[in-house]
Ligand binder design. Structure first.
Ligand code: ZN
Ligand code: ZN
Length: 258
């Protein structure tokens, strides 16, 4: 399996995953043009992507779903509630085909029974949010952002994974000293917001010594309440796993799961 973060953060999310030729995009929070250019940097033609899978209806995950479908002919996979809410809240434009997956289910793309995509409900402040596991040939990748808090299922999930994208959104001190209004601070740090560096790092800590995790990609870093160095250092205090950081502005290298 191969993973590329095209962008990660509240300014837009889009992750590319390839499993034995099956090409998936998770979320469409960046422009069609940026997605196309950033994939092209890896010699991947966006028109060869097989599906767009949407995690939840927030604008940084869904805003270009219509464009991705109209420009690149991507089938959209989304839960019924997320679809209804996204369509009502955002101007996605005409969309001709929607494929639904059920929350808390495993689904497959046509003719690809070898790649299982499992949707796991999150506790984020959205209607029907999912995080995901992609499994192929006994290898498992977790895509876990916009989680709300480190809910118990996460603890049982992490030891089963071979690689993990996990949100490491904010540093609690930076957030509390930020200019954000108190209700915004509470939303971010509350049980339906985002995971802090400490929450993400301590979720990994207990498995660090006996884990199958080949790498961890820290994602959805806040622009104002975090920096890549602060996030990396917090994780270093908790575990020695190979840790990469997804940029808010640039395409990542390709990360492989062997
Ligand atoms: Zn988000
Ligand atoms: Zn969100």
């Amino acid at each position: 399996m191969k993973v590329i973060s095209l962008q990660s953060g509240s300014n837009g999310n889009c992750i590319f995953v390839e499993a034995d030729g099956l090409r998936l995009l998770f979320d469409a929070g960046i422009s069609g043009k940026q997605a196309q250019l950033r994939l092209a940097e890896h010699n991947i033609d966006i028109n060869t992507v097989d599906a767009l899978i949407i995690s939840h209806e927030h604008i940084d995950h869904v805003k270009s779903a219509g464009i991705f479908q109209r420009k690149f002919n991507l089938p959209i996979y989304i839960t019924p509630k997320t679809w209804a809410t996204a369509y009502k809240q955002h101007n996605l434009g005409p969309i001709h085909t929607i494929n639904h997956f059920a929350p808390d289910s495993t689904f497959y793309l046509p003719n690809r029974p070898d790649v299982a995509i499992t949707a796991i409900p999150t506790h984020h402040d959205c209607i029907d949010g999912s995080c995901f596991v992609v499994q192929h040939n006994q290898k498992r990748l977790g895509l876990c952002t916009d989680l709300g808090h480190a809910f118990p299922e996460l603890t049982t999930l992490i030891p089963t994974l071979d690689a993990l994208i996990i949100e490491s959104n904010f540093d609690p001190d930076m957030l509390s000293f930020s200019s954000y209004p108190i209700h915004t601070q509470r939303r971010i740090a509350g049980p339906h917001g985002h995971l802090s560096n400490h929450e993400a790092a301590s979720s990994l800590q207990s498995y660090a010594d006996h884990t199958s995790l080949q790498w961890v990609l820290l994602a959805h870093l806040s622009e104002n309440n975090n920096t890549p160095d602060v996030a990396a250092n917090t994780h270093l205090d908790h575990h020695t796993l190979t840790t990469h950081i997804a940029s808010r502005h640039q395409v990542s290298p390709a990360y492989h799961i062997d």
